[in-house]
Design a protein around this ligand. Structure first.
Ligand SMILES: [Zn+2]
Length: 451
């Protein structure tokens, strides 16, 4: 046996396990879960620690792949691994690599810190066929070409298709409907950053629901905190629950912060945003560059938006109690929505999972420990059809996170978004130790996940 994890408190929601047991690992798989004594080449004493399936990030934004150097740009994956994530789903909000299939090939060739599955990003399809004006409707011929490309990438193992409807206002419902049609084959999910937020969020969700209904496919509504935590969360959750009761396979994801993050040039900040969020320029913080840490005013906003549209900003505009409501909802999975720009960005990339445990389980008691782990592991695996992940059954992939419930705490902040958390003691990826304490021992154990 390669590794024996002894005396840990096992929480495995799929198998309804909640007791002190030992786990044996051999050749990448779990081979024993038992009260009996185990011996291994490596013995981990997990006394006092929670041992659970590795966390699965339902929604994140992967680092770009540099095909010239044949390497992934450094950034988010190390942050995810350090906070206990062993599998991540990328290609979200319509953004990601032009060739998601080649990205997956690179993961297997080079290795990544975590296992990785990817959506076909619709925005990349648009870019590839030369539809570059985001405010313009795509030509009929272009839509057909995007559909064919999407189908080809799905055949190569992508998880589903993601749309950033908010970011491409020129995309009409016909484009959405046609490009997502190949998802019917294999019943794969459509995931979207929906068309609008705040007071328009329910109407925007209804659009996505119509697509899901028409095709009969699973629907994933992305980061609902930043979509509806401005006074609309109750209505939004009601709408989604109602569509579920009417037979739609629908789920949501959310990150546990009251502030969103996006680039200054994005459509989020188009005319009328202050009114929409009922806020002022001062609620927007600059996350990088020479003005890092500074709040905007009207003059600075217009100047920087013109000159540096790629500048990452933080919008401190969401209502905490409405984010709590989203996190507590049984249909909501945990997704960091994290991304990294030169080690700067939003702390959710390094803090999401420990923060759920520290703030939402221990402090606010919005979730029980068991519910939190279920949302961070098994429910997500089930959602995306990852059969050998998200649980600790004998025969499943040995992706395991060990943490101290007493010490667990997110440390990343808006000024230092890459600070690793406390309390994550070991992370095991595909049967080998990837993280011990705050050190990454092996950052290349992750493999591609293909459908
Ligand atoms: Zn998004």
């Amino acid at each position: 046996m390669d590794i024996a994890i002894k005396n840990g408190f096992i929480i495995d929601p799929k198998n309804r396990i909640y007791s002190q047991l030992n786990i044996g690992i051999h050749q990448g798989k779990i081979i024993a879960v038992t009260g009996n004594e185990l011996y291994g080449e490596i013995i981990i004493d997990a006394n006092g620690l929670v041992v659970c399936p590795g966390f699965i990030d339902a929604h994140m934004h992967e680092d770009p792949f540099d095909s010239v150097k044949d390497e992934f740009k450094a950034g988010i994956f190390d942050c995810l691994l350090r906070m206990g994530v062993t599998t991540a789903i990328g290609g979200n909000c319509g953004g990601g690599p032009d060739r998601p299939d080649l990205y997956l090939d690179a993961v297997d060739r080079i290795g990544l810190p975590v296992n990785f599955g990817i959506f076909v990003p619709h925005g990349a399809l648009r870019r590839q066929i030369g539809e570059t004006d985001r405010y313009k409707k795509a030509a009929a011929q272009s839509i057909i070409r995007m559909k064919a490309l999407a189908e080809a990438y799905l055949d190569k193992g992508c998880m589903g298709i993601s749309f950033g409807i908010r970011y491409i206002p020129g995309m009409d419902e016909e484009e959405l409907m046609t490009v997502s049609e190949p998802l019917k084959k294999g019943n794969r999910p459509i995931s979207a950053h929906i068309r609008d937020d705040a007071r328009n969020v329910v109407t925007a969700a209804q659009e996505l629901i119509r697509i899901g209904r028409q095709h009969g496919i699973p629907v994933q509504v992305s980061h609902i905190g930043s979509m509806g935590a401005y006074g609309q969360m109750n209505d939004l959750l009601k709408e989604l629950d109602q569509s579920k009761a009417n037979g739609l396979d629908i789920a949501m994801d959310c990150y546990p912060y009251n502030a969103f993050s996006t680039e200054l040039g994005e459509t989020t900040y188009d005319e009328g945003f202050l009114e929409r969020y009922q806020t002022s320029y001062g609620s927007i913080e600059i996350a990088e560059g020479e003005f890092r840490g500074r709040r905007l005013d009207e003059k600075l906003f217009h100047r920087l938006r013109r000159k540096q549209p790629e500048l990452v900003t933080i919008g401190h505009v969401m209502k905490a109690e409405e984010v709590d409501m989203a996190i507590a909802h049984p249909g909501v999975l945990i997704g960091s929505d994290g991304f990294m720009h030169k080690q700067q960005g939003h702390p959710r990339a390094s803090g999401t999972f420990p923060r759920v445990l520290h703030r939402y389980v221990k402090e606010k008691k919005v979730l029980t420990l068991y519910q939190a782990i279920e949302k961070m592991t098994y429910l997500t695996a089930e959602r995306f059809g990852l059969k050998s992940k998200g649980h600790l059954s004998v025969g499943s992939d040995a992706d395991i996170t060990l943490f101290s419930l007493e010490k667990i705490r997110d440390n990343a902040t808006f000024t230092d978004p890459v600070l690793p958390p406390d309390g994550i003691e070991y992370v095991i990826v595909n049967g080998q130790i990837a993280v011990k304490g705050k050190d990454i021992l092996n950052g290349k154990l992750g493999k591609s996940i293909r459908k």
